[in-house]
Ligand binder design. Sequence first.
Ligand code: PLP
Length: 381
Amino acid sequence: MDMIYLDSNATTRPAPEVVRAMADMLEHDWANPSSAHRLGQRARAKLDEAREQVASLVHCAPGELFFTGCGTEAINTAIRGLLLARTPRRRIVTSTVEHSATRELCQQLARDGYEIVEIGVDEQGELDLVHFQDIVDDQCALVSLMWANNETGVVWPVETLSAHCRSKKVPLHMDATQAVGKIPVDVTSLGIDAASFAGHKFHGPKGVGALFTRKGIRLKPWLIGGPQERGRRGGTENTAGIVGMGAAAKVAQATLQQMVKVETMRDDFEERLLRNVPDTQIHAGRATRLPNTSNVGFAALSAEAILLSLSEKGICASAGAACSSGSLEASHVLQAMRVDHRHAHGAIRFSLSRYTTQDELEHTLSTLPAIIGKLRQVMPV
Ligand code: PLP
């Protein structure tokens, strides 16, 4: 059997339609979309089509969307751009479980004199809505929260968050990087002000992202130096990447229903794992979650040892966030959820996609009990 890929929250396999669209772009429509000649116009038309495809997936007008170099850049642009465009207000509300793109930027902003308030979560990873409603008042400059958590898959009640922000006239940015392509994302009907996306999280290419900003919302550009993207993001566009992201959006929209099947497979996987491997728990298992994500705590083991053994058997998974693997510190998300140390240190994230097969999960289920049993004998933590 080929490698079994259960790490789709780190990145997804590009869809064949994406690969074809990108190859075609690189081969035939490689001109600069800002050029006035016919070749440039052809590249521009492809870019416009990709913008429409992504806008259609997230339900906004194409003009409300511009492309960035990745999800991290979209998040940085949203937070800094909304702050700079506004306000003498200095309070930013975020959460304890954000991706490092938001967390580290907010730490930097704290050093620059902003007041950062991090809302906590409960044992299931659900946001403390009482604290949220209390702290988000008309003194806030900005709220930035994730739509769905990359480690646990927990999905927050965006409608409630948005309604409160609107009532206080505080702009709301959602990091929708993990949500899009897995659950319906409708930025317009939910009334949010800004949202960030990354192509590689929904079977598009890496190195391209997008930022939605609601019509009428003021945003200062962050990357300055050209008229591209109507002055909202300078620099010659990554045309092949953008076209790939557009193709991925088109396929994601057409196949979103398949995530129901993915969820059934994930639930069955978890149920049988709990039955077959003692002293194991599912993190955030009772929360509203993305259909593809399973965060499993194997007690008394280190996640690194489990990952290595899985990798030797051809199974790719991850320890919490991909960027925190390699460190022995338990993930900040599981710590915020007050997961006990025994399970937090042995936490593995399995993240499925529409390409995951039942055979692959059967193989993983039959491989895991022996790995866990052996590691608990030879290297318990
Ligand atoms: N936000 C979340 C929730 C993520 O999971 C990621 C990627 O892991 C990002 C932001 C950053 O996206 P990118 O890697 O495209 O910069």
